[in-house]
Write a new protein. Sequence first.
Length: 194
Amino acid sequence: MKKEKVEKKYLVAVTGASGMLFLQPFLRLLGEQGVIVHGICSDAGRDVLSFEEGLIPEDLPVVSQWFDLHDFSAPPSSGSSGYSGMVVLPCSMGTLAAIACGLSINLIHRAADVLLKERKKLILAVRETPFNRTHLQNMLQAHDAGAIICPPMPGFYLKPQSLEAAAETFAWRLADQIGMPVTSRKCWGDKEEC
Ligand SMILES: Cc1cc2nc3c(=O)[nH]c(=O)nc-3n(C[C@H](O)[C@H](O)[C@H](O)COP(=O)(O)O)c2cc1C
């Protein structure tokens, strides 16, 4: 009997940190790989997305379904829903703290908790500057629980010519972290693409 191909599913969570510019290049990259992308956005995430990009989450490309932040009966609440990974982009210090402490106050925190217990990839694109001691401790705690701390820092050595191009270099690094090969990308050491 022919087995059906199971498409990979990823969760993208948007929280109220600065750096919404990084979202679209990463979502487009996921779209190019043909994976399923679901989203959750915090209330502060909606505000900052509107302020920085003039968008609502539902305007963003590639995400086929947005879950309500307080709907604990939504699929991301359960390990059985089969997400391959979750990226919190950008990740506020408040959400980082909740994830580091295992609080499940909203669906973003709960989904992150689930991904960690299922030993799946959880990438936190934490954004604040400078960091205080609590932020640093929470990052270490989340790291020790299995999360990958991946702040949105573009690869300037790749000489991006615009803010969008800089954001794309970070999207490639996120793809690396979730184990997604991207064919058309720049790498250090290659003249053109790798
Ligand atoms: C324009 C704007 C930019 C912000 N940037 C950051 C930031 O970079 N990092 C951060 O931790 N919080 C930032 N905040 C504050 C968070 O939005 C706030 O702490 C919020 O409670 C986070 O909630 P959430 O984690 O549920 O999204 C910002 C707020 C605004 C209005």
